[in-house]
Design a protein around this ligand. Structure first.
Ligand code: UN1
Length: 495
């Protein structure tokens, strides 16, 4: 069967790339299945997309925010209508299990409704003036044209975290999705069109990082770049933006940890660790890749953990019985495999997994065995570097403070968790864990959209996505002073 070809969306029209080239999007559970062909966009396509976004900006900015909200509400309604079809296609292009792709679509729906409501708030401040007959307030203004560069692990949710808040605030957008998952964002564009978003408000160009992404970053009419992806690429984004003094928000890596104390409900903790480490095949920024276990329960916890991990069933994510789908592509499998070798060389003990999985119909795809290393020292590379695969390090600790210290000894600071029945320990962990998100008696994954999402240290550059915090990224403050005294009043000047 010839794979369907998908076009770019520019200025409200579906267009082939000016260069005439396309690339393949394949199913990681079966590399022979081509999910679709997408445009290899050129500098010319990018220029056209940015011009379309710039032309649409005045009209969209002028549209009252509650009206923008009504359109976004309709977008969310259409996402609800197409949820199952979107989830099925997402599993085909990305591999994660169908329950999780439904969750990914749901996260976009949640964000749509949330942002739509924000159209009737978009709050600023009114504060007193130091002078009589003078009124002071701050209002939010859009930043301008936003370039959204999105990853493959949350093919719809993460684009929605960028588009909905950007749009409600009155910005226009050009989005470039990851080349492994352009189909989910294509469907998003169809939904935006169906919901009546005016032409040019959102534009979609697919293609490679260098051929499409870099020209987009560098386009002088792009005012802000919102990026989610690897730390290496994030650093390049920052360098490119800095040259033109552009704004940028970066959401990058994690080395998230769960601390299991000696008073924890061990079965609950095992479930949380397994879900955090092997859900989405470990390919979440929030994935749990370190579990720090109190030495008193280390042996028991580890044996329960390995036992539970053995039960996980690998396979095609569309099969309802599958717990763990494939990795995204062969390159990623090489990387994960390389880290397993590093772990063995560093002297960690391989407890389960450690290599590709080809049995039981998995030979056609990019599967990897859920892997656990024991006897991991906190400074080992497998305990410090982001692997982005189903590889978990078990590290022992002596106390709460020791556990917290190990967790904080990381270049990243996205998500953390503690399992304990002791409220004092829980609050101490909330206070001292240096991460943007902390869970108590729950895994490191599963953030909800109404709270800020992001991390400290190398995870980001101080911005947060989601919640009302996202508005800080996508708006500029304007402070307004209204003097109704009818005379020249001078602030800060003594009479
Ligand atoms: C990501 O991994 O980049 O908190 C996003 C979670 C999801 C989002 C993850 N709601 O795990």
């Amino acid at each position: 069967m010839v794979a369907k070809s998908y076009k770019n969306f520019i200025g409200g029209e579906w267009k082939a790339s000016s260069g005439g080239e396309t690339f393949e999007n394949v199913n990681p559970a079966n590399l022979k299945e081509v999910v679709g062909r997408f445009q290899q966009s050129t500098l010319k396509d990018v220029n056209e997309a940015v011009s379309a976004a710039a032309s649409a900006l005045p009209g969209w900015k002028k549209t009252p925010a509650p009206k923008r909200g009504e359109i976004l509400f309709r977008v969310a309604e259409h996402l609800v209508k197409h949820k199952e079809a979107l989830a099925q296609d997402m599993t085909r292009e990305m591999g994660k299990v169908i329950k999780e792709t439904r969750g990914d679509v749901q996260e976009a729906i949640d964000m749509g409704y949330f942002a739509a409501g924000e159209g009737r708030r978009l709050g600023g401040e009114t504060v007193p003036s130091e002078l009589t007959d003078k009124f002071c307030m701050s209002v939010r203004m859009p930043v301008g044209v936003i370039a959204a560069i999105t990853p493959w692990n949350f093919p719809l949710a993460i684009p929605s975290w960028k588009l909905f808040p950007a749009l409600i605030a009155g910005n226009t957008v050009v989005i470039k999705p990851a080349s492994d998952t352009p189909l989910s964002v294509y469907h998003f564009m169809k939904v935006l069109e169906e919901a009546g978003l005016p032409p040019g408000v959102v534009n979609y160009v697919t293609g490679s990082g260098t051929g499409t992404g870099t020209p987009l970053l560098d386009h002088p009419k792009v005012d802000l770049v919102s990026f989610t992806g690897s730390t290496d690429t994030g650093s390049l984004v920052a360098q490119h933006c800095a040259r033109q003094m552009k704004q940028y928000s970066l959401e990058m890596g994690g080395k998230n940890a769960i601390l299991v104390m000696d008073d924890a409900d061990l079965n609950l903790a095992v479930e949380g660790v397994v879900w955090g480490a092997f859900g989405t095949t470990g390919q979440r920024c929030t994935a749990c890749s370190r579990v720090i276990v109190h030495k008193k329960i280390l042996k028991k916890f580890t044996s329960l953990l390995v036992k539970r991990t053995k039960e996980l069933k690998l396979g095609d994510g569309l099969d309802k019985k599958t717990d763990v789908g494939p990795l995204i592509n062969g390159e990623q499998r090489e990387k994960v495999n390389g880290y397993c070798k590093i772990g063995v060389d560093e002297g960690a003990q391989l407890l389960i997994g450690g290599g590709a999985h080809r049995a039981g119909g998995c030979s056609k795809g990019v599967f990897f065995k859920p892997t656990i290393f024991g006897d991991v020292a906190p400074k080992m590379r497998i305990a410090q570097e982001e692997i982005f695969g189903p590889v978990l390090s078990v590290i022992s600790c002596r106390s709460l403070d020791h556990g917290i210290k190990i967790i904080n000894d990381s270049a990243f600071g996205l998500s953390s968790s503690i399992y304990t029945q002791d409220v004092n320990r829980a609050f101490r962990a909330i206070e001292f864990l240096d991460t943007g998100i902390t869970y108590i008696n729950s895994s490191t994954i599963g953030a909800e959209i109404q709270l800020p999402f992001g991390g400290t240290k190398g995870t980001g550059n101080g911005h947060r996505e989601a919640g009302t915090a996202a508005l800080e990224t996508f708006t500029e403050w304007k402070s307004v002073y209204v003097d109704y005294s009818g005379k020249l009043q001078k602030a800060q000047i003594d009479d």
